[in-house]
Ligand binder design. Sequence first.
Ligand code: SF4
Length: 210
Amino acid sequence: MEFQTRIAVARKIIEDFPREICCKDPFRVLIGTVLSQRAKDEQTELAEKLLFERYSTPQALAQARESQIYPLIKNSGMYRQKAKRIIEIAQILMNDYQGIVPSHLDRLLCLPGVGRKTANIVLYVCFGIPALAVDTHVHRIANRLGWLQTKTPEQTEMRLKPLVPETLWGPLNGSMVNFGKAVCKPIKPLCQICAFSDPCPSSILQKKRP
Ligand code: SF4
């Protein structure tokens, strides 16, 4: 796909599938993103709500016991592992960062359970730093659109960054997630209603053409 077409497609995905950012509090976004791992949006929202009603600050969460957290986040899945991780994160923030979430990628990556996707979301959403968070949706769609050929989200992040302007990195994540849920689904993408079926090399409509 040519450069201009690629940028036009990226802009349209951002325009047509906006992802609202409701909260920019770094601690809440960080913990919420850890809770969201392998969970559906509704599950994450409920777990986050129940957790932050009781433990809204790093100070409070750092002093909690894992068993106290279990019932609050149970519906987000892997709750034992997540409880351990988020308490450890709160303790590290208190011990090493005066209770403040760091705004550096390397420091975020040192926190338990925080991978590149989570760290990049925090950097963009909370600090406005250009950062490209790549999850399964971004990875799948970028490959289907023929922008790159990669095997892992990490590879996609590195290859995709030079392909789209820095200003689009942040919004592209949330919008591609929405686009991936609504149209370019993991199984049976809805190419018939997709605005990009013409330039997209993976479109089932393209494959049917002579
Ligand atoms: S044409 Fe199909 S495969 Fe390509 S981006 Fe659209 S939904 Fe995804």
